[in-house]
Design a protein around this ligand. Structure first.
Ligand SMILES: Cc1cc2nc3c(=O)[nH]c(=O)nc-3n(C[C@H](O)[C@H](O)[C@H](O)COP(=O)(O)O)c2cc1C
Length: 355
């Protein structure tokens, strides 16, 4: 029986950011207690051959990843494989450390199984991230680093921020993410335009051979998302991560007018963007779906729609650390139900049949 419902009751009595700090603290502790991660891994890792795939030159033992923002400073990374993830994305990291927006800036909406955050890229900066990744490298799982500009950087210097980050971190990860979709850095989403994408991806190509992905917002229309993704892929992006949090507060009566919503209220919007982008680009790029995924059935739907990988964040807070394992087990059960032998048979199946 899971102890998480009990633990969650306690954690949910605390301010959400304090609870998050406790969760990260517990993972950090597990990293240093001999045998702790091995014991956790024994319970949580399910790695059937059927879920395995190679992408970006690395083997992903399963398609369920941790989304950016949970471990912004890569402090708990060594404990994360033990929760059953197939890959991990750290960050968003900015060139210089920054405190983020003033508190309170993280809110729960438990009835809707959603979160609202206006954190604003609080993180310890690139140098600290680099030192941590140097100690981890090479990491047991595929590792992505999500990159963002500093709040104080004016728009005309944004490109230089991304250049600094790509140069500073590309050799220590398996993929990089150009994040232009957080709603909490003023002006960031304005960089979701063709000219900026071409500049940043062209610049990246001159610096690194590592795959560079672009993370997009759910508040684009599906047509805008497709156009932007087409531009990104033409300019050399290795993949699209769809989506970040939404500022469509109409999705949640009672939502505060700040920050981005994630979790269940984001689910259909995130799916709609994935579906549109996949219809246009499936087979030409790697798609990672994120937003409101909380079960194997939902992950299966995203894979069928054209995602090669999925990521979770908010559902982890509501369902607890055994969620990656449960999603993977449910995926395997669904594949058995449908007589599917490997994950390749599912990925894009829905998208292919509609062509
Ligand atoms: C508290 C919080 C902090 C986040 N921080 C980041 C971030 O730093 N960079 C980023 O690209 N996405 C960030 N995200 C967005 C998630 O990576 C993800 O795209 C979004 O929450 C949708 O997935 P979910 O519904 O599974 O949470 C954050 C989300 C939450 C809830």
């Amino acid at each position: 029986m899971s102890v998480y419902p009990f633990l969650r009751r306690l954690l949910f009595r605390l301010d959400p950011e304090t609870s998050h700090g406790i969760g990260i603290g517990a993972l950090r502790t597990a990293q240093v207690i001999p045998g702790a991660t091995a014991a956790l891994a024994g319970r949580n890792r399910v790695e059937p051959e059927a879920l395995r795939q190679t992408l970006f030159g690395r083997e992903f033992p399963n398609p369920v990843g941790l989304a950016a923002g949970f471990d912004k400073d890569a402090v708990a990374v060594r404990a994360l494989p033990a929760l059953g993830f197939g890959f991990v994305e750290v960050g968003t990291v900015t060139p210089l450390p920054q405190a983020g927006n003033p508190r309170s800036r993280l809110f729960r909406h438990p009835t809707e199984r959603s979160l609202q955050n206006a954190l604003g890229f609080n993180n310890g900066g690139m140098e600290a991230m680099r030192r941590r990744l140097e100690r981890l490298h090479p990491f047991a799982l595929p590792l992505g680093v999500n990159l963002g500009k500093n709040k104080a950087t004016p728009p005309e210097r944004a490109l230089a921020d991304y250049e600094t980050l790509i140069r500073g971190l590309h050799d220590l990860c398996d993929y990089l993410v150009v994040n232009l979709s957080s709603p909490n850095t003023p002006g960031l989403r304005d960089l979701q335009n063709e000219a900026f994408l071409r500049s940043v991806l062209g610049l990246a190509a001159g610096i690194t051979t590592k795959p560079v992905l672009v993370k997009i917002a759910p508040d684009l229309t599906p047509e805008q998302a497709v156009a932007l993704s087409e531009t990104a892929v033409a300019a050399g992006a290795a993949g699209i991560i769809a989506t970040n949090t939404t500022v469509d507060y109409s999705l949640l009566p009672g939502a505060k007018g700040v920050g981005g919503l994630s979790g269940r209220v984001l689910r259909e919007k995130s799916f709609e963007i994935l579906e549109a982008v996949a219809k246009a680009l499936f087979g030409r790029t790697v798609l990672i779906s994120v937003g409101g995924i909380d079960s194997g059935a939902e992950a299966y739907r995203r894979l069928r729609a054209g995602a090669s990988l999925v990521q979770i964040y908010t559902a982890l807070i509501y369902e607890g650390p055994s969620l990656p394992r449960r999603i993977n087990e449910e995926l395997v059960a669904l594949m058995e139900r449908d007589g599917v032998k490997g994950i390749f048979e599912i990925i894009g199946a829905g998208c292919r049949s509609k062509r």
